[in-house]
Write a protein that binds this ligand. Structure first.
Ligand code: FES
Length: 107
């Protein structure tokens, strides 16, 4: 299991044990984390799973793919250097402790 923390738009913190290999969008939506719409179901086609990554583990994330970078241009909330699409991040031991601040709006 990989420990991740989601910070919901209203400020609530949700600590979850993520199953290795699952996308962090799947982890969040399966556990009722608020603020992630995930309209496309994780196929990198909607930009409604936008989060900001924080914490030391953020440095261990693989860089976004070209497809993710292209879709990040369509996020509704402010795009920041820490912006990622949570459906494109897979739970792995290297990112244990990652913090994801869910964007304040997705659409
Ligand atoms: S769920 Fe659609 S881009 Fe992530």
């Amino acid at each position: 299991m990989v420990g991740v923390v989601f910070i919901e738009p209203a400020g609530g913190e949700v600590e979850l044990d993520a199953t290795e290999g699952w996308s962090l969008m799947q982890v969040a939506t399966s556990q009722g984390v608020e603020g992630i719409d995930a309209e496309c179901g994780g196929s990198c086609a909607c930009a409604t799973c936008h989060c900001y990554v924080e914490g030391e583990a953020a440095a261990a994330l693989p860089p976004p793919s070209e497809a993710e970078l292209a879709m990040l241009e369509h996020v509704v909330a402010e795009r920041r250097p820490s912006s990622r699409l949570s459906c494109q991040i897979k739970a792995a031991p290297t990112i244990d402790g990652l913090i994801l601040r869910v964007a304040e709006t997705q659409s």
